[in-house]
Structure formats: C-alpha cells, structure tokens
Design a protein around this ligand. Sequence first.
Ligand SMILES: [Zn+2]
Length: 389
Amino acid sequence: MKTEFKTYTVEEICDGFEYNELEGKGLYGLAGQLTIQPEYQRNYIYADGKRDVAVIDSVLKGYPLGLIYFNKVEEGRLEVLDGQQRITSLGRFLKNKFAVKINDLEQIFDGLNDGMQQKILQTKLLVYICEGEGEHAEEEIKEWFKTINIVGIPLNHQEELNAVFSGPFVTACKAEFSNSQNANIQRWESYVKGPANRQQFLATALEWVSKGNVDGYMSAHRRDDNINEIKTYFNTVIDWVDSKFDDVYDEMQGLNWGELYERFHNQAYNHSELSAKVYQLMHDDFVTNRRGIFEYVLGGCQDTKLLNIRLFDKPTMRKVYQQQTDKAKAENVSNCPYCAIGHDANRQRIWKLEEMDADHVTAWSKGGSTDISNCQMLCKTHNRAKGNR
Ligand SMILES: [Zn+2]
C-alpha cells in the first residue's frame, strides 16, 4: 500500500460539497474528485446541534481536527476512509445548514464577517492518502481501515465525545478515569462497570457530575486543565455508597449511584439495619429484581415496585377466581370482595377472570407470602387502588 501525506484547506475539500438530506449523507468534495461517504461508511451522525457545532467551534478556536484518511480509488478519484463526519459538518456549515453560537448569537456561515469566514475556509486539514496496489487493492484498503478504526471496534459514545471535545479537560480526565493503572479502579469496579480503557468510568463520572447533561458539561469545561470538581464528586458518591452498605454485591455494579446519592445522601440511616435489610432481601425468593433492592431500602422500604415481587401463577389465580365466583354467585354479590361491599352498580357484578388481578391479602412488604392462602382476586380498579396505598 502506498501512502502520501497532503494538506488541503477546508475550502478545497468542501469545493462542490453536496448534502443528501434524504439519505443523511455528505456526497462530494474537492471539485467532484472526492466521494465523502462511500457505501461501506456509516451515515453522517454529527447532525445533532452538538457534535457538528463542536467541529466548527474547534476550527474557529484553532484546535486541530485530527488526521483524515482518503483512499485513492483511481487517478483523480478519492474516497474518505476516515473523517467523513468532520468533513460533512464543515460542508454543511458552509451551506448554512446549521448555526453556531458566536458571542452569544446563533450565526450561520453567510452571516459571519469576512475574517471569520476566511479563517474557516483557510483552515488546513491533514490528510493521508492511501492507495492499494494490485487486484486486491480494495480489500487491502478496507482491511487497513478496520485497523485504524481500533481493530474493527467502532468508537463508543464516550470515545466519540472525547474526540469531539478533545482538549486539556479530556486529557486530564483520561489520566484519572481511563488509566488502568489507577489504584482506585478495584474499588470503583464494585459499583461502576468498566473497563477503563473504553472510557466507562469516565462516562459514569461525567454522567453523575453533570446530572445527565454530559455533552453540555464537557463543552463547558473543555479548556479547563483541572478536574477537581468531577474527581471530587465521583469520589464523594463512591465513598457514600461504600459507607452505607457493609457487603458488596454484584448487583450493585452499574447502578445510577449518582442519582441515588443526590436523592438520599442527606438522610440518616441505621447502618446495621440497612445492611441487614439488604441481606434479607437478597435472600428472599419473591424478589425478582435484586438490583432494585438498594434504592428500595434507601427510600425507606416503600416502593415495592422496585423489587418486582414474584406474582401469583396462573393456576393459583384460576383456582382462587373459581372459589370466589362460586361463593359470590350463591350470595348474589360481586365476585370482587371490594365491589361487593360498595354501594354502586358493581355491587353484584360478576367479573370475568381477565377483568381481575391477583392481590396479596397481606402485603408482601408486611410478610405476606405469594401462595394461594394469601391470594385474592380483585377487579382491576380495586386492585390498582389497593396497590397505590
Ligand atoms: Zn372491585
């Protein structure tokens, strides 16, 4: 494979740029010589008002846009191998397809002053042009493209964000959160899913500190070289979880501890009771969603929906329905015991099986079991009303 290193200006690359709205694809550049999105490339995904804007921001601030790779298909015909998202963002901006905020004003390209327009147009892009040789040229190029795309593993969302918002903040964050040599990783892994090298700890730390507004946070802190806030917040959350529960369970990994910290960190808990309750629920066969246990106990054991308590099975429900209905018919009252003691038109109504739901007579949270002796059938309205109490 032959390679050649070249620089082009944005103006040259975007010469003859067209955007196909229907397919969401950038089409041509370099006065028609360049195909921006060949079939094997994914479609343009930067049109979200964030990543496309970030490309233009980078150019205006003089940040490097990174290397771009072209594949030379034949003399005078090039395809973009890597860089189509950046090029398409530039092309669309020059065509006034989106605005960027400059001095607090949303501005399109045509609205910029000459100086700014020229700054964008004359920005140099660094391009490697690769040319496969012989009859297997295309396979060779595609094989190599896979290699530069981190051995065929596509960028995940956080890796893309790191690229888009590259700068001192991301660099410092990666040194802390994406460093597999960090001695804290083992502790973090109890509560957060790794691995570090795919930016998972960083993604979680950003999610927590930004309360879900990751892009906004990264954009606002892009030029910071200190990461005290995110580091302190992340460690505060981890320390808090660590201090609340004696035992570490697999089910703790990957929960949204940042959100739980926000909701519950001001509450006082009896430490040994909390851990004992978790232990008991972990060993309760009726709890089918064990990951919900921590939120359930932190919230004062109120919201049993979090635990997804095992339901009565169909044969049990049919049997209880039959008993209740036979008895109700004999007494000329509704087969829903709550309807039967009411005063409305449903007092004598016989509901069909599918119009009723099974209810724990003694609530599961008060020790009631999920077996036939604790099962009653209620009409859906009354079952819902009881469940909400
Ligand atoms: Zn009823």
